[in-house]
Ligand binder design. Structure first.
Ligand code: BYC
Length: 406
C-alpha cells in the first residue's frame, strides 16, 4: 500500500472545547494529563492500545488462505490501520506520560495474543482467528466494540485522546464493512448453492463446499458472546470513576439530554437469582459498561437483520438469531452461570451436553479450514464458499490487481 499515510493523525483542535460530563463539566478540556488522573488515564490508553496489535497477531496467517485478491487487499488495509492505531496510542503514552508511558509502550510490544506467559489484556484478543469466517465475524462484532469504546473515549475531557480517537473512528467504519459484507457474501453463496441444488441438510450443504447456515450461527454465537465480555462488568466502580473524572463518556454523550453527571439516575441490569434472570435498577454511574453494551447490542441486531434479509430473499426458512445476553459469558453478572442461547438457566451438565450445538466444535473449525487450504490469487477469481462483492474498491473492477506479488 505505497500511498498509505503512516503517521499520527488527530482531529483538528477546537479551542473552545470543554469537559462535557462528570465533576469537571464546563471546565476547559485538558491539553495535558491532569495529575490526579494520571494512572487511570494511562490504564485506559494502554488497554485501548493493547487491542490493536493483538488483532493483527490474531489475523496474521490469513493472507495464506485468502478467498480473493479483493479480500487480501482488505485484510491488509485492516491490519495496517490497526498497526497505526497502536502507534496513535503509543504516541499519547510517549508524549504525555513520561517515563511510565515509555515503559508501558515497551510492554505493549512484549505482550502477544494468546501467549500463556504474557497475553493481551482483554479476553477476546487472546482467542485465535483461525479462518476467514472467524475474521469477518471478528471485524463485524469485535471491531464494533472498538467503535463503541472509541466513541466513549472520543468524548474524553483529555483532548489529545479525544482528537486521536475521533480520527481512528473514521477508519473503524471500513473494518466493520469488511466484516458485515464478508459474512453476508458467505451467507449469499450458501443460499445460492442450497437453492440451486434444493438441499438444506448441513451435511449436503458441506458436501458442495460451502458453509452451512448452522455453522455460521455457531460462529455468530461465539463472537457475539466473547465481544459482550469486552464491555467489562455490568456494575463497575472503574467505569463510574472514568465517567465522574471526565475521562470516558457515554456513547454520543454530548447528544444525550440529561445532567451529564448522573448523580441520581438509575439504570437496569440483569442478575441471576436462583433459576431466574431478574432485572434490577442500579445507579446509572456504576452501570455505564452495561449501558454501552446495550447501545452496542442495538446496532448489532440491525446488522444481523441485514444478514437475515439475504436468507429471506433466497426463500430459505432459517433464522439467524442473537443469543441471550447471558449466554457463554465470562465477565459480569452472568459469569459462572450456564445459560442457553434462549436464556434458560441450565446446570453445567445440561449446558455441556449442548455446547457444540451452540458454539463451533473442533469439527466445525476443521471443516471451515478445509475450505481455505490455499489462497485464491487469480485476477477476478473468488473461492467457491463466498460470493463476489457487489463492487470493487475505489471504483475498480472485481478483476483489478488489488495485490501484487513481487
Ligand atoms: N477480559 O470493572 P471491570 C478495539 C478486567 S476494542 C479480561 O469489570 P472496567 C479493537 C478489567 O481490566 C476496544 N479482563 O471493567 C477491536 C479489570 O482488571 P483489573 C478496546 C477484563 O475496567 C478490534 C477487571 O476485569 N478499548 O479497539 O470497568 C480490533 C474488572 O474490571 C475484561 C477499550 O476497551 C475482559 N473482557 O472496564 C482492534 C477501552 N473486561 O484492573 C481494536 C478502554 C474487564 O482488576 N478500556 N476486565 O486488573 C476500558 O474502558 C475498560 O478497561 C474496559 C473494562 C471497558 C475494557
Amino acid at each position: 500500500m505505497p500511498e498509505y499515510r503512516w503517521g499520527i493523525f488527530l482531529q483538528p483542535p477546537d479551542e473552545k472545547r470543554q469537559v462535557n460530563f462528570g465533576i469537571h463539566k464546563g471546565q476547559p478540556a485538558w491539553q495535558d494529563v491532569p495529575g490526579e488522573y494520571r494512572s487511570i488515564l494511562r490504564r485506559i490508553v494502554v488497554t485501548q492500545g493493547d487491542t490493536e496489535p493483538a488483532s493483527v497477531e490474531q489475523q496474521k496467517m490469513l493472507g495464506l488462505s485468502c478467498p480473493s485478491l479483493y479480500d487480501l487487499r482488505n485484510i491488509f488495509q485492516v491490519n495496517v490501520e490497526e498497526g497505526r492505531h497502536l502507534w496513535a496510542m503509543v504516541y499519547l503514552l510517549h508524549r504525555y506520560f513520561g517515563r511510565d508511558g515509555r515503559e508501558e509502550a515497551e510492554s505493549l510490544l512484549a505482550r502477544r495474543s494468546g501467549d500463556t506467559d504474557n497475553p493481551r489484556i482483554l479476553g477476546a484478543f487472546n482467542e485465535p482467528t483461525p479462518d476467514w469466517l472467524a475474521f469477518y465475524m471478528f471485524t463485524f462484532f469485535t471491531d464494533r466494540d472498538g467503535k463503541f469504546q472509541l466513541c466513549a473515549l472520543a468524548e474524553s475531557g483529555f483532548d489529545p485522546l479525544a482528537r486521536t480517537c475521533r480520527f481512528m473512528l473514521t477508519e473503524e467504519a471500513h473494518h466493520m464493512f469488511v466484516g458485515e459484507s464478508g459474512v453476508s457474501r458467505i451467507i449469499q453463496r450458501t443460499c445460492e448453492v442450497m437453492k440451486e441444488n434444493k438441499i438444506d441438510a448441513p451435511a449436503d450443504v458441506r458436501a458442495l463446499g460451502v458453509i452451512d447456515l448452522q455453522t455460521i450461527q455457531r460462529y455468530l454465537n461465539f463472537h457475539y458472546s466473547v465481544t459482550l465480555d469486552l464491555y467489562g462488568s455490568d456494575v463497575s466502580s472503574n467505569a463510574a470513576n472514568y465517567y465522574t473524572s471526565g475521562l470516558k463518556g457515554r456513547f454520543r454523550e454530548t447528544k444525550l439530554e440529561d445532567d451529564h453527571i448522573l448523580r441520581d439516575a438509575m439504570y437496569p441490569v440483569s442478575e441471576v437469582v436462583g433459576d431466574k434472570i431478574n432485572t434490577k435498577q442500579v445507579p446509572a454511574l456504576t452501570s455505564l459498561n452495561e449501558r454501552l453494551r446495550d447501545d452496542y447490542i442495538e446496532e448489532i441486531q440491525a446488522g444481523v437483520d441485514r444478514w437475515q434479509r439475504v436468507i429471506d430473499e433466497a426463500g430459505i426458512p432459517f433464522r439467524l438469531t442473537l443469543p441471550h445476553k447471558g449466554f457463554h459469558r465470562e465477565i459480569g453478572n452472568f459469569t459462572g452461570h450456564f445459560i442457553s442461547p434462549t436464556g434458560e438457566i441450565l446446570s453445567e451438565e445440561q449446558w455441556k451436553a449442548h455446547e457444540f450445538d451452540w458454539l463451533p466444535s473442533p469439527k466445525d473449525y476443521s471443516y471451515v479450514q478445509s475450505l481455505m487450504s490455499g489462497r485464491v490469487a487469480e485476477l477476478g477469481k473468488f473461492a467457491n464458499w463466498i460470493a463476489p462483492p457487489v463492487k470493487g474498491v475505489n471504483g475498480q473492477p472485481l478483476d483489478f490487481q488489488y495485490v501484487r506479488f513481487n
